[in-house]
Design a binder for this molecule. Sequence first.
Ligand SMILES: NC(=O)CC[C@H](N)C(=O)O
Length: 212
Amino acid sequence: MTTTIGVLALQGDVREHRAALESAGARTTAVRRPEELAALDGLVLPGGESTTIDKLLHVFELAAPLRDRIAAGLPVYGSCAGMILLADRILDGTADQRTLGGLDVTVRRNAFGRQVDSFETDLAFDGIRSAPTPHAVPSVHAVFIRAPWVEDTGPQVRVLARIPAAGTPGIPEAAAGRIVAVQQGSLLATSFHPEISGDARVHELFVKIAKG
Ligand SMILES: NC(=O)CC[C@H](N)C(=O)O
């Protein structure tokens, strides 16, 4: 049976996520209304601007139904702003910023700071398949755009990827070793944007999670 994944389409890079999900074998739909949540096997919260998406979730009356669906076990993948929306706790959010929650982590918004607001690096990523050539640990090329990092995790959270250790060329000291991908049951979150790097393996992992 085809897996149907919705992409929250209020703001952010919706088209890129739909393309990555479709190349991972899922059917996709754009989600803007509460009634569109019913038919989904999973949902992606895209990158964009978390404060804007937060406001729009309330304007479109999606925040409460989405919180209920997440609590009831809907698989959700959040990238960047989407990671912030899934987090139970935020540091450096705006005063009135809310999240949907569900993921027992604290994220620091815009954590990588001014010098490295945007950067790219290769990361070992637990749980994805090795490609295109098999490596000992599968790695992904990760693009960070004013990204958050995960500052702490609850006991149910599995860390899937971290920024490389201090001393790795191109890695700022403050960013070294930071957690940038996590999974808690059927919730998946990355600080970075696999949807823009032409590599669908993180989306494949999510489709697998959504299939159960
Ligand atoms: N690329 C992104 O999704 C950036 C996230 C953004 N800095 C925020 O706070 O929402």
